[in-house]
Design a protein around this ligand. Structure first.
Ligand code: AMP
Ligand code: ZN
Length: 489
């Protein structure tokens, strides 16, 4: 561990040198997905951000206990204290048992993580697996005077907490301003104060997911699970807590309040927030209808996509932005990333064919130092990638014999890519075009031929194409934006 790593801490709002609580062991918690729908590419960006943190900490010698939860209860439609549970709603709509919904989307989430080469966490706990611990934490919070029971629900008393603590210190919200924003909406509410939030909710008899508790049948509030599972597996105070920027308030603000309310300890030393993936400047979100699934991205089968892209191209594209900045999705940006990524992988393949000389025109050690410096400065992957492109230039010049390199420098270039391209950035050299990408391009071509036939009033050909594809179980659908295709299950 001879690297001096600096992290931007969302809590102090400044860059701080990273020092772990245990000298050789880092505790890291990242809020996982709510498993009621397919993950979209925006979600992937956040999990990729923390994959890089996990990889780099390990690369510079730390042992990391990485906990990433699965939210399978308590996250209500609307993200507040009212409305149906997102998973229960999906179960009702699809006529499934809630745990079938949970399993289906957890499996899907794991598939996506694997496709993008995002490493598994050390522990992946679920909210429903920790109901007992959640009830215990609520009891501690009540005992410490920071929560009260009302008609079978338990609410966190924000004003009481704020007397001795600072509710809003992470998100920068001011309690009186929050008051003005909530008054009208929550006027009818049973809470003592509209600022209070539920840590346990009474369940109506028809509610699909409910458990016995000292306050009657109910279910835990969404924010509570992360306080409980992080404390259980990482301790009352741990090193790093991550999630997307949109979780800062209320989710993480409430987490801090719950932890301090229960244990009296500040829970997290470094809060890290990944910024959003946007489409035309708007956050990618399921509710916006601008989110595509990784499968659609790979096949290109979505109206926002000109063609399909390989998972490694997408990973490379995302890492060319710093995690703290927004990243706007566009076909142009992805095409540029695809070109850059191919150039880099071609250079990596060329290294083993370079002919050594007895002198070197380049200082590879200096370049290696710059790569560490980029990552040590708050995981600056775009700067790291620019240094790797400098290495690409050196490889290509050596290949063209416009410069010379000693054998040990050729070896060092090889190590540089093994370390930073593969281990730190988690990129892989994709051999040839993946079958999915190829299928997508072929389908795009076939659909173009069909629309040309139609335009020429050659309906015999356009119908033949449709029928032949149907025989292969490929369904064509004509929409206002053009034809789309799907494979019948
Ligand atoms: P959810 O399942 O909605 O709780 O989201 C899982 C993770 O994805 C959270 O950390 C969110 O902050 C993150 N997330 C959601 N939308 C985006 C987006 N457009 N860009 C980046 N991260 C996102
Ligand atoms: Zn969380």
């Amino acid at each position: 561990m001879n690297q001096k790593l600096v992290i931007y801490n969302s809590l102090s709002r400044k860059k701080e040198e990273f020092k772990s609580i245990h000298p050789e062991h880092v505790g890291m918690y990242v809020c996982g997905p709510t498993v009621y729908s397919d993950v979209h590419l925006g979600n992937v960006r956040t999990f990729l951000t923390f994959d890089i943190v996990y990889r780099y900490l390990q690369f510079i010698g730390y042992k990391v206990r990485y906990v990433r939860n699965i939210t399978d209860v308590g996250h209500l439609v609307g993200d507040g204290d009212e409305g149906e549970d997102k998973i229960a709603k999906k179960a009702r709509l699809d006529n499934l048992e809630p745990m079938e919904v949970v399993q289906k989307y957890t499996n899907g989430f794991h598939d996506v993580m694997r496709i993008f080469n995002i490493l598994n966490p050390s522990i992946e706990p679920t909210a429903t697996g920790h109901i007992v611990e959640q009830i215990e934490m609520i009891q501690d919070i009540i005992q410490n005077g920071f929560a009260y029971e009302k008609n079978g629900s338990v609410y966190f008393n924000v004003r009481k907490y704020n007397e001795s603590n600072n509710y809003g210190k992470l998100s920068g919200r001011v309690i009186d301003e929050l008051m003005n924003n909530t008054r009208d909406l929550d006027g009818q509410d049973e809470k003592n104060d509209p600022l209070d939030f539920a840590i346990w909710k009474k369940a109506e008899p028809q509610h699909l997911m409910q458990w016995n508790s000292p306050w009657g049948k109910g279910f835990p509030g969404w924010h509570l699970e992360c306080s409980v599972m992080s404390t259980k597996y990482l301790g009352k105070t741990f090193d790093i807590h991550g999630g997307g920027m949109d979780l800062k308030f209320p989710h993480h603000e409430c987490e801090i309040a719950q932890n301090i309310g229960a244990t009296g300890c500040e829970p997290v030393n470094y809060w890290m927030h990944g910024n959003m993936l946007t489409v035309n400047g708007r956050k990618m979100a399921k509710s916006e209808g601008n989110g595509f699934t990784p499968e659609e991205l790979i096949t290109g089968n979505h109206k926002l996509l000109d063609k399909g892209y390989s998972p490694m191209t997408v990973r490379f594209f995302m890492l060319q932005g710093h995690y703290a900045s927004t990243l706007d999705f566009s076909n142009e940006a992805l095409q540029a990333a695809e070109k850059g990524y191919k150039r880099m992988t071609a250079a990596i393949k060329a290294i083993s064919h370079l002919k050594p000389s007895d002198k070197s025109d380049e200082d590879i050690h200096a370049l290696q130092k710059l790569c560490y410096e980029a990552m040590n400065d708050d995981f600056n992957t775009p700067i790291l990638i620019s240094h790797l492109f400098e290495a690409v230039r050196i490889v290509n010049s050596a290949k063209d014999q416009t410069i010379q390199l000693k054998a040990e420098d050729i070896q060092l270039l090889k190590i540089l890519f093994e370390d930073f391209f593969e281990k730190v950035l988690g990129l892989q050299v994709e051999d040839e075009k993946s079958n999915d990408a190829l299928t997508s391009q072929l389908m795009q071509f076939i659909l173009e031929m069909r629309s040309k036939a139609k335009a020429n009033k050659d309906f015999a050909t356009s119908d033949l194409i449709r029928d032949e594809l149907q025989k292969m179980n490929i369904q064509i659908k004509d929409t206002k934006e053009g034809a789309t295709w799907s494979i019948n299950e």
